[in-house]
Design a protein around this ligand. Structure first.
Ligand code: GAL
Length: 747
């Protein structure tokens, strides 16, 4: 079978070379419980804790619903920002009491604490974090610890300025913020390993610890790539591992173009700023290399943590594909996926749903979460407004709850809010928190999140063991995405993400559940697979698509597919490369249209049109070779030529859409496809209501979300059970603005 990528041998060697660097001579006491710890005022503290941790007569531990929590920075809430000189940490207890009251049973902490754990080199102090963890232990609240490598301490860059990243212009980025390091730096690897070992030794056996978060936002702030001398060294080693001989590299990278052939691996340039554009084959390899660099750094951390704490799962807080590394590769390294959700103000629900579905899809097997649930976590759910928009408006009442249910409805099995309280200092000081600066807990967000916390306790038994099980899938590959972001494209107005979103919206708006997958995954469980614009399609990927259709699948591909292979070489056997027989047609030429210019589609039966659908941005000039023609172009020199085709292939069908239209076309397409393959909407509800379903052990849990600012009337023709109220619903129900219903079928 064709392999995705060669393993990076040099980096693996680097990993094995660098194990066992740190030696520690300090003792690591077992976790000290609050009762054992000698400290003044302990008695009164204990009384406070016991009183305020009681919720409805039960402690957090005894209920243990799904994991629900907050991102907490105990280091922000000590004297002089809170507490008093004699009791600098006393605010922690109040916070914990308020968390318990909101149903919190897990906190994430410590991801930026390196400079506080190790104020001077080798002088470690984990005791303050241990005290915080002990307090959480008293309250039955579990802890996810971040490894603190996202924020190197100031002394480290002072001592080793070579760890600071160099950009593509050759300029060094300076220290003073998080992420100021080059991922290829040996020194940074060594220091990372030291702090990890020290942390795992000190706190790895703490009974509250249930997961590790690796670093924080790896690759964030455009730090996936650096251009340091060590990066160059690793780049050359990576190329050598991939190509083995210089002849192969010159040929497969096409370096004879502009005579840029090299004689040694060391001559291959990094794509720094140059007079014009670098060879796209080199650029794709560079992106692969940078991605492998990020993944290797994460893997190094995971391996170290597994040595110390094999039973504690690892995760990474990812953003929905906004960072330039292969998120599917990352998901293979960690035990479970976590998401920083961007459910910010005024976002379109289908765009958020798209992001959630793609994150859920990153890891479909070998999932190891702290409670064994087969889902993903949202480790940073917005608790309110953000601070990075031009105008950071408040999130309207009910919206946090709505978006939290959206995450859960699409498979999240743990949700933590970012962040517990708006910090009094620092660059995120006006980011919306669960608590506002005053910390009183009378604010809207706290009350809303408290409501969610209580509802989730109610919901937990119904949700246990349930998953989202889509029958439709959209293909996505990072390599293809990177490739389409390079400067030279047939049409720079074409945007892959927007193209995918058209298909996604059409499925989403018909309440059809969707997975995402790389083209190399086993697609056989899906009735319907969409492959929007896989411009860079590897030969092996093309074979797998054929296999899927051959065995009865229905594949929908589009223009801008198979223009180059994995080496960025264009085919000499017609477009889409290696798939002409699958689609029973060949694309002879493609005609990119500027914005504002349009062709239109003439339908030939099979699927009916509700609109006169335009053809925009891209029109393929298609030569049919045995396919049926479903639509033709209406004008220009290719008037009457196919625009949409269908080809029976093996047991299945391959459909090709040789243009880009507007949203109504994709809705019509999906309505037709749904009939064709027998996919049914989850529930019949008004269009404005989003429906998702989780299932397991014969149970089906439906989520109905009203994203509108007005109520929506829903008619129930058979009785349904409202899981949140425990009541039966029949007849008409008005779902309020931003309202949520969780239902199971009354048996
Ligand atoms: C996250 C990051 C947090 C915070 C947040 C702000 O990606 O992990 O530390 O900075 O973004 O949006």
């Amino acid at each position: 079978m064709w392999q995705r990528r060669q393993p990076w041998r040099s980096r693996e060697e680097k990993e094995s070379r660098s194990t066992g660097i740190a030696v520690f001579d300090f003792e690591t006491p077992d976790a000290i419980s609050l009762e054992q710890r000698p400290s003044e005022g302990n008695e009164s503290r204990r009384t406070f804790v016991l009183e305020s941790f009681e919720v409805g007569g039960k402690t957090a531990t005894s209920e243990q619903p799904m994991y629900f929590g907050v991102d907490y920075y105990p280091e922000h809430w000590v004297y002089p920002y809170a507490g008093s000189p004699s009791k600098p940490e006393e605010r922690w207890e109040k916070d914990i009491g308020m968390m318990i009251a909101a149903g919190v049973n897990v906190v994430r902490m410590g991801e930026f604490a390196w400079g506080l754990y190790e104020r001077e080199e080798g002088n470690y102090d984990f005791e303050w974090m241990r005290r915080a963890m002990d307090l959480f232990g008293r309250a039955g609240i579990k802890v996810v610890l971040g490894t603190p490598t996202a924020a190197p301490p100031i002394w480290l860059a002072k001592k080793h300025p070579e760890i600071l990243p160099i950009d593509e212009r050759g300029l060094r980025k300076h220290q003073g913020t998080r992420r100021a390091y080059c991922l290829n730096s040996d020194v940074y690897w060594e220091y990372s390993q030291k702090i990890l070992r020290a942390l795992a030794t000190a706190l790895g056996k703490h009974p509250q610890l249930i997961a590790w978060q690796i670093d924080n936002g790896l690759g964030g702030h455009s730090t996936e790539a650096s251009f340091n001398p060590e990066t160059e060294r690793d780049w050359h080693a990576w190329l050598q591992a991939k190509y083995e001989t210089i002849g192969k590299l010159n040929d497969l990278m096409g370096l004879r173009f502009w005579g840029q052939v090299v004689s040694t691996f060391e001559e291959v340039p990094m794509p720094k700023i140059a007079p014009t554009l670098h060879n796209p084959a080199l650029l794709v390899d560079w992106m692969r290399f940078c991605s492998d660099t990020v993944i290797a750094y994460a893997r190094m951390q995971v391996n170290i943590l597994r040595e110390f704490t094999p039973d504690i799962p690892t995760t990474q807080n990812l953003r929905a594909l906004t960072r330039n590394f292969d998120h599917f590769d990352m998901a293979e390294v960690i035990d479970f996926v976590s998401l920083d959700s961007n459910a910010a103000v005024r976002a379109r629900s289908a765009e958020l749903a798209h992001e959630i579905d793609i994150m859920r899809s990153l890891k479909k097997t070998n999932i190891r979460t702290p409670d064994g649930e087969q889902g993903f976590w949202v480790i940073e759910q917005k608790a309110g407004h953000v601070h990075w928009q031009e105008v950071n408006s408040l999130v309207r009442p009910g919206v946090i709850r709505l978006f939290t249910y959206q995450l859960i409805s699409r498979g999240a099995t743990g949700v933590l809010f970012f962040l517990w309280r708006q910090p009094r200092m620092g660059s995120e000081q006006f980011y919306g928190g669960v608590l506002t600066h005053d910390g009183r807990g009378e604010n809207r967000a706290y009350l809303e999140i408290k409501q969610i916390g209580h509802e989730l306790k109610q919901l937990a038994p119904a949700l246990k063991g349930t998953r989202v099980e889509p029958q439709a899938c959209i293909l996505f590959s990072h390599e293809n995405d990177w490739d389409q972001k390079f400067n030279l494209q047939p049409n720079r107005f074409f945007n892959l993400r927007e193209h995918i979103q058209f298909f996604y919206n059409a499925l989403h708006d018909r309440n059809i559940a969707i997975d995402f997958a790389r083209p190399t995954e086993d697609l056989s469980k899906y009735k319907l697979v969409f492959a929007p614009s896989i411009h860079l399609l590897a030969g092996g990927e093309a074979d797998l698509l054929k296999l899927y259709v051959q065995n009865g699948g229905t594949l929908v591909a589009t223009c801008n597919t198979g223009l180059v292979d994995e080496h960025h070489i264009a085919p000499d056997s017609g477009f889409p490369h290696d798939l002409v027989d699958l689609f029973g047609m060949e694309v002879l030429e493609f005609d990119p249209l500027p914005p504002g210019e349009e062709n239109s589609l003439t339908h030939k039966g099979q699927f009916t049109a509700t609109h006169l659908h335009p053809a925009r941005l891209w029109c393929d000039v298609i030569e049919p070779k045995g396919c049926q023609v479903l639509c033709t172009f209406a004008k220009d020199f290719y008037a009457g030529r196919p625009a949409v085709t269908l080809n029976e292939y093996g047991q299945g069908r391959a459909i090709y859409v040789g243009t880009i239209s507007t949203q109504p076309f994709y809705h019509d397409l999906v309505v037709w496809l749904r009939q064709l393959v027998g996919l049914f909407p989850l529930l019949k509800v008004p269009d404005t209501v989003e429906v998702s379903m989780r299932q397991g052990d014969g149970r089906k849990i439906y989520f109905l979300l009203n994203h509108q600012h007005t109520p929506v009337r829903i008619s129930f023709y058979k009785p349904m059970h409202d899981v949140l109220t425990g009541k039966e619903i029949t007849g008409n129900l008005d779902l309020p603005p931003h309202g949520v219903l969780v239902l199971d079928e009354q048996s």
